[in-house]
Structure formats: structure tokens, C-alpha cells
Design a protein around this ligand. Structure first.
Ligand SMILES: Cc1ncc(C[n+]2csc(CCOP(=O)(O)OP(=O)(O)O)c2C)c(N)n1
Length: 451
């Protein structure tokens, strides 16, 4: 079978990219996920991965050419010698770029960036003793499945994006599943979360149906926001998630306001307010948390410290060592937790949640974690040294939890594979559902929107 590889839409202000070099040559065997070529956009240079496995048969665009997004750039086939059915159309290349497609490309070995930046390695955490919030075997398995769903959802979305099937941009959260799932597992019906530009795992962990999330990413009317929110604004208040807010720090006052509403109405519900380390330097952080503190509001402020706000390392923009140190300024507890240990996150959230439900006010939780991908679809993450990324991958929250459940006797390898197959099937169905759904009609332009 023939597979046409297209140029992904990775530019920020333009929809084209220049091919710097091919990293594979015609005839080479390619595994899905292999880096095929390096491109330069208006903002960055980055490697482009293959979204299929097979043999690279034709390279359709030469190094130096500037190619429009979604134009074909290479042909792969499943078998090495397979006949290629028909000639592909030439790529849409800018008029001033050389037009002759390269037949065979000489490939230089990849260059590793110089390691001048000090790696931000995972900290050592002492495991907190198990207490009254002990989880049952079934609860642990549900947590594992949910983390797996978050991870596989992000992987699926990534490849759909590379294939040019998904519109818009995505900020992915692979690597941060333990924080999303640990926090949301400690919530009950009626509780609410607020989220950020990186909301996919928060939404899955809060229990939003995967079909409605996938349809939202495809901008379809069956999406959780009827196709008008997209990746960065997905949510469903009826299911306990405010549509996410992409303005950094924007969710903090909203969470505080919702907590005030819970208190005013005499409810025992709480708000879990997710935000990143970058948001801890935004004015709303101070105003929102201070207000939550002085009124003892039922809210837990959850900082997912993944070490970077976009490409800016956290210590470049913060004098205190830890975000949680700032809790002292508001007179509330601050706790730093291993954000890659899902049970540690669960316990900390449960404790902070009980405190909030009892009327004792907010807690600032800092969950130390790491995003495996770049900041967004167009960020290769070159500001991070390979040693740092490798050290965090050693602490992959999903692998850590799978090993732990196997060691505790709650899970076997074969069961983990079966769960993975189920999740794969659920995602296949979600993509089919999303692609078969209709676009929002013109008559819906002004419904569900406030401005
Ligand atoms: C007020 C505001 N400033 C800048 C941006 C652009 N921006 C989007 S995400 C981001 C980085 C946010 O970092 P962090 O809060 O640590 O979250 P993370 O991306 O690490 O999840 C920036 C600067 C924005 N969306 N809103």
C-alpha cells in the first residue's frame, strides 16, 4: 500500500515550511515515529516524524524548497519493492524556491545540539506513608487505565495532526498524566476543575467522553463545545470542567469565583484549579490566591510545574526555589509533591480537598512533572538538553505506575496489554465518530459564544 506523507502545518504565522535536510534516504525502512526530515518555519527548526511505517520510496521535495502545509513531500510503501500506483501531484512550492524534486538525497548524520544548558533533573521525593486514603485494587486499575487513555489520546492526536487531519494547534501533556489523573481521582460529583491551554489530560481525567473531546478537536458540532472551542478551550461544565482558558493564569480568578459560589450556596464541593509554573508569575495568581485565602474558599490551587513556561526555564523568572514557597505569602499551606507519582498526587489532593471541604480554605499544591513533547505542535524543545529529557523519561509516570501495580499484584503484563487494546479501540471509535460528525452550521455561528 502507498502512503503519501504531507508537510505538517507547523508554522505559526505562515502555512509553509522550508526543507532543511532529509534525514532518511529513498529505500530506507521507516518505523512510525522516525524523524524523516528537518524543516524550518517562521519561528523554529524542527524534525518531522513519519506517521506511518514502511519504506521511503520517493522524496518529492528537495532540500531548500519551501513547501505549503499539507502538500505531499514523500511516498512510502508497505513493501520495499512494491509498485507505486500513480504519480503524485507536484508539491505547492513558493515561486522563488527551486522546483526540481530531488530523486536521491544524500543524508548527513543528525547533529546533537551543544549541551550548554544545565539539565533540570527530577528531584528525589520521600514516599509519603499510606494513610486513610488508601486506594482499592479496582481504583488503582481505573487510575492506570485513565493514565493510559490520556497518553494514547495524545499520541493519536499527534499523528492526526502530522497527517493534516486535525485543524488548529495542540499543546500536549504526555508525561504529565499522573498530575491530571491523581488530582481528578480525588474529586467527587459536583466538584469542578479549571484548566489551561494544555487541557486534554485534565478533561479525560475529569471523565469527559473521549468521543466528544475528539470531535471538539476536529471542530465538529458533536464536540463538547460544539466545535467552537477546539483544543485549548474544551470542557463541559455539566461534567465538572469549565471550558479551558488559554490565557495564562486566566483560570485562577475563575476557580476562586466558583469556590465563592460553592461557599455561598453552602455546598461541600471544591474546585481544583490547574495552572502551569509560568502562570505563577502572572498577576491573577496573586489576586486569585489571596482572595481564596482570606475568605477560606474551597479551592485547591494546583501548579503543574513542568520546569518551563514555553521555552523559559522556571528559575529564570522566579527568585524563590519552589512555587509552593509562595503559599506562605498568602497564609495557606503549600506542598511540593512528586507529580509523576500518581498515588502521591492523589493523597496530597485528597488531603487538601478535605481541608477545603471542611471550610479551612485553600492549599497550594506544586506537582513536579515534565512534558515529554515541546510546548506546542511547532516546538521541537531544543532549549532542553537530551540528558534532561532522558532523565525524566526514566521517571515516566505511566511506566512507574504499571511497574508498581505489577509488583503489588494488581496487574499482569497480559492485562496491561488487554487494557491497551481496549483503549486503542476506544480511540479508533472516537476518531471515526469525529470524522463522521457534521461541521457546525452557519446558523449556529452566534450560539454558544459570548463575544
Ligand atoms: C497572558 C498570556 N501571556 C502569554 C501567553 C502565551 N503563552 C501560551 S502558553 C505559555 C506558557 C505557559 O507556561 P506555563 O504556565 O508554565 O504552562 P505550560 O505551558 O508549561 O503547561 C505562554 C507564554 C498566553 N497565552 N497568555
Amino acid at each position: 500500500m502507498k502512503h503519501t506523507i504531507v508537510m505538517p502545518d507547523v508554522g505559526q504565522t505562515t502555512s509553509e515550511a522550508k526543507i532543511l535536510r532529509w534525514l532518511k534516504s529513498p529505500g530506507e525502512k521507516i518505523t512510525k515515529g522516525d524523524h524523516l526530515l528537518e524543516v524550518e518555519t517562521d519561528k523554529v527548526t524542527m524534525e518531522v516524524e513519519s506517521y506511518v511505517s514502511g519504506y521511503l520510496r520517493q522524496v518529492l521535495a528537495a532540500e531548500g524548497e519551501t513547501i505549503s502545509a499539507l502538500s505531499p513531500i514523500a511516498i512510502l510503501t508497505d513493501a520495499a519493492e512494491e509498485e507505486i500506483p500513480e504519480a503524485p501531484p507536484p508539491p505547492a512550492s513558493r515561486a522563488d524556491a527551486p522546483r526540481a524534486p530531488a530523486k536521491t538525497i544524500a543524508v548527513a548524520p543528525p547533529v546533537t545540539p551543544p549541551s550548554r544548558i544545565a539539565p533540570r533533573l527530577p528531584a528525589e521525593f520521600v514516599e509519603a506513608p499510606a494513610n486513610e486514603v488508601e486506594l482499592s485494587g479496582n481504583q488503582k486499575l481505573a487510575i492506570f487505565r485513565c493514565m493510559l487513555l490520556c497518553r494514547m489520546f495524545e499520541e493519536r492526536v499527534y499523528y492526526l495532526f502530522l497527517e493534516g487531519r486535525l485543524p488548529g494547534t495542540v499543546h500536549q501533556s504526555a508525561g504529565q498524566e499522573a498530575s491530571a489523573v491523581g488530582v481528578c481521582s480525588a474529586l467527587v460529583e459536583g466538584d469542578v476543575i479549571t484548566s489551561t491551554h494544555r487541557p486534554h489530560s485534565h478533561a479525560i481525567a475529569r471523565g469527559l467522553p473521549v468521543k466528544s473531546l475528539m470531535a471538539e478537536l476536529f471542530a465538529k458540532s458533536t464536540g463538547c463545545c460544539h466545535g467552537k472551542g477546539g483544543s485549548m478551550h474544551l470542557g463541559d461544565l455539566a461534567l465538572g470542567m469549565f471550558p479551558a482558558i488559554a490565557i495564562v493564569g486566566g483560570g485562577i480568578p475563575l476557580a476562586t469565583g466558583q469556590a465563592l459560589a460553592f461557599q455561598y450556596l453552602g455546598k461541600r464541593n471544591i474546585v481544583a484549579c490547574f495552572f502551569g509554573d509560568g502562570a505563577a508569575n502572572i498577576g491573577t495568581f496573586h489576586e486569585g490566591i489571596n482572595m481564596g485565602a482570606i475568605w477560606n474558599l474551597p479551592v485547591v490551587y494546583v501548579c503543574e510545574n513542568n520546569k518551563y513556561g514555553a521555552s523559559t526555564a522556571v528559575e529564570k523568572v522566579m527568585r524563590v526555589e519552589h512555587v509552593s514557597d509562595r503559599a506562605a505569602a498568602y497564609g495557606i499551606p503549600g506542598e511540593r509533591v512528586d507529580g509523576n507519582d500518581v498515588e502521591a498526587v492523589y493523597r496530597a489532593m485528597w488531603k487538601a480537598g478535605e481541608r477545603a471541604r471542611a471550610g479551612a480554605g485553600p492549599t497550594l499544591l506544586e506537582l513536579e512533572t515534565y512534558r515529554f513533547s515541546g510546548h506546542s505542535r511547532s516546538d521541537p524543545g531544543r532549549y532542553r538538553v537530551p540528558e534532561e529529557v532522558a532523565a525524566w523519561k526514566q521517571r515516566d509516570p505511566l511506566e512507574l505506575y504499571q511497574k508498581r501495580l505489577i509488583a503489588e499484584g494488581h496487574l499482569q503484563d497480559s492485562e496491561a496489554s488487554a487494557i491497551k487494546a481496549q483503549v486503542e479501540h476506544e480511540l479508533d471509535e472516537a476518531v471515526q465518530y469525529a470524522e463522521a460528525s457534521s461541521d457546525p452550521g452557519k446558523e449556529e455561528c452566534l450560539t454558544d459564544v459570548f463575544a
